[in-house]
Design a binder for this molecule. Sequence first.
Ligand code: PLP
Ligand code: COI
Length: 354
Amino acid sequence: MSTEINNIEIQKATTSKISNVDFDNLSFGKVFSDHMLLGVYKEGKWQAPKVVPYEPITLDPSAKIFHYGQSIFEGLKAYKDANGDTFLFRPLDNWKRLNISAKRLSIPELPEEHFIEGLKALLQVDDEWIPKKDGSSLYIRPFIFASGNGFHASPADEYTFIIATAPSGAYFSGQLKVLIEQTYSRSANGGVGFAKAGGNYAGQFYPTQLAVEKGYQQVIWTDDTTHEYIEEAGAMNIFIRINDTLITGPTSDRILDGITRKSILEIAKSENIPFEVRKISVTEVVEASKNGSLKEMFGAGTAAVISPISAFGYKDTDYDLPKIANSYGERLKKRITDIQTNKSDDSFGWRYKI
Ligand code: PLP
Ligand code: COI
């Protein structure tokens, strides 16, 4: 039997898996809520999405996603406040970025109401799945892929849009040691680095695995031409503090325009934290580490939130970051998570109540 929330059809699951979930010990993205949002593009048009039970989907072996990798995704989180109200953080920015990715991958752009109204209905149906514990949240994964068939290397004529959700804890555990990459590249000028395209992540797995074997958790990508300028990490943008100045590289067609990154820059401005958006060379970072002016390095992203980096490797040498009190990383993390979880005012207007 189906019902409706704000014109979104709801087909409820007959049983719930929620009693199997240990909400006190959540890892990242491993258990999935009872429902998902499902929409289809066919005959030249996105059909209205529906909330349906979370379950496997069937695809033809010739579906173009398998052969040509036409696939994009987003990541955002839902938070509960002390009153049990639910909030999203800048969800319209995720919708806009999904369509920036869609355009680059020749995927038809998704109407705003399908994303926002569909997500709101899904969160209402799976309200019980949104963790209440500090540091946990419901990770939301919207994605679109080519479900149309055929071996011809050209855009598909059918696409599937899904939003799946997973109650999640921290993305990284323990100290974060990163390797500054000198051989492989994540993206190149004119490529798809700025898009959240599945292939950008697949291409990182092998170099990241090599780094993991050497004791690092993530790779910090450098520019593909000289490997001299810091770009971003596999799942987050990078911030570096030299003396009192917070620095992050400019976005480009090689770098994901992170929503956390741009929020941090706005918070830094409002808190009079000196910051610069400019190219930052590995030589500068290594020199700063040697002369003691390198104070902090952290990654910023939805899954990563703000993750302090404890050491970086570069050309067979490891450089430790100092442990400092009242770090910018801690301050900014508190500011942003307080806004996300409705513990503080939101003068920026970023919080979005469901
Ligand atoms: N860079 C990459 C490659 C990412 O996958 C992410 C995560 O989404 C980010 C940066 C951070 O982006 P955001 O803050 O919008 O989550
Ligand atoms: C996110 O932070 O939402 C991402 O998409 C990163 C992903 C690799 C987990």
